[in-house]
Design a protein around this ligand. Structure first.
Ligand SMILES: *[C@@H]1O[C@H](CO)[C@@H](O)[C@H](O)[C@H]1NC(C)=O
Length: 382
């Protein structure tokens, strides 16, 4: 198992994976996939799928690269079991986000199968735990040859639709916002369903101080940004094992990642905040996106953009709106921003992933899931 994981993590060519697994993947650059051409279109650093069908309605999806190596990953899985969505915003390299994209859903399915296909918050939490455990084992395996993988981590935002319930599990600072019809008019409200774990949120700093009462340096304000131990903005993630286990916080890690004092307990956590939301017929759509989008758009702006335009192209439209805002902040033209290549782009915005999910309540209330099954993952070129 570990060897397979290792190979998949570091193979340069995604299509060289084991065939059974690969046949269920679709990606823009996977020549073995017959769905590849239909899966994503590409426009410069942007990959998008304007509109597609999943079990309970339609979706729109887009990913924009800013980093030299894309650190965001995402997936939609849909079938008789329901729908599983993931947005994984990696940091310190792409390894953890790719690992989560390749393994979290598999754990979720296996654990749910042990419970006759039921989905509960506890089952989702266990899938996160298994993924964290396996990634930690991988870091341990790689410690002699690739110690830097100990500093790779990933925010994880997962949405699961099971029967008439939406579960939202979150680690880090991605966000899901619900567009909900209100009042008698065309009005729509933006309701955030996820809890964020970023040290810039006062409640998160309080939580960290309570957990680490003897550590005055647990959160540090640096250049106007709050960071856990002065190093990292998020307080929960998969990976970042150098801030969880003392055996990974030593040489050969580079000095800026090594803590000066001994680590007696984990500083970061991989336990997700989980919200259970019974779906209401007025729940119109969900926007799941990495922090790269929310840095430039408010919840209300995003919901208004989706609500006031055709469904097709919604995800791409949100990314373009965020880019226009990023350009405006720098007093530059949008068209000039678009000419800047990856890596340098990172100075203007982060990788951005957006999934918009439109909810069809006729299907949801009847308890039916439309075919065919869908498995779409963003293992894009890198
Ligand atoms: C649902 O939407 C309808 C029509 O927009 C509105 O009249 C009603 O108040 C909404 N119900 C709730 C619970 O928001």
């Amino acid at each position: 198992m570990l060897l397979e994981t290792l190979m998949s993590l570091f193979s340069l060519c995604w299509s060289a994976r084991n065939n059974d697994y690969n046949s269920r993947r679709t990606s823009a650059t996977d020549p073995n996939s017959c769905e590849a051409a239909a899966a994503f279109e590409k426009e410069g650093l942007l990959w998008y799928r304007d509109i597609g069908k999943y079990g309970s309605g339609e979706f729109s999806m887009a990913v924009l690269q800013a980093n030299q190596v894309l650190e965001d990953q995402c997936q939609i899985e849909s079938g008789q079991f329901g729908t599983f969505l993931g947005v994984y915003d990696g940091h310190g390299g792409p390894e953890a986000a790719r690992f989560v994209c390749d393994n979290l859903f598999r754990h979720f399915q296996a654990i749910s199968a042990q419970h006759n296909g039921v989905v509960t918050a506890e089952i989702i939490e266990r899938a996160f735990q298994e993924t964290e455990r396996e990634f930690t084992a991988l870091v341990s395996e790689l410690w002699d040859t690739r110690p830097h993988v100990a500093t790779a981590g990933s925010c994880c935002l997962v949405g699961v639709i099971f029967q008439q319930t939406l579960f939202v599990a979150n680690l880090g600072d991605s966000r899901v916002v619900l567009g909900k019809k209100v009042g008698d008019t065309e009005g729509i409200a933006a309701i955030q369903l996820s809890t964020e774990h970023n040290a810039n949120v006062a409640a998160v700093r309080e939580e960290l101080k309570e957990l680490h009462p003897d550590d005055p340096q647990i959160v540090v304000l640096k250049h106007g940004v709050w960071r856990v131990k002065g190093i990292i903005q998020v307080s929960r993630a998969i990976g970042d094992v150098y801030l969880k286990h003392a055996q990974f916080n030593r040489e050969p890690l580079i000095a800026k990642f090594r803590l000066p004092e001994p680590m007696n307990m984990p500083i970061l956590s991989a336990t997700p905040s989980i919200v259970t939301h019974p779906l209401h017929p007025n729940d119109s759509f969900l926007i799941l996106a990495s922090d790269g989008l929310w840095e430039h758009l408010s919840n209300e702006q995003a919901v208004d953009i989706v609500h006031s335009h055709p469904r097709a192209g919604s995800a791409k439209r949100l990314i373009k709106a965020a880019l226009q805002e990023a350009a405006r902040k720098r007093e530059m033209r949008y068209s000039d921003l678009c000419k800047i290549d990856k890596k340098v782009r990172r100075h203007f915005h982060d990788d951005i992933t957006v999934i918009v999910l439109f909810l069809n309540h006729e299907l949801i209330s009847r308890g039916t899931v439309q075919s065919p099954p869908l498995s779409l993952r963003s293992a894009l070129e890198h």
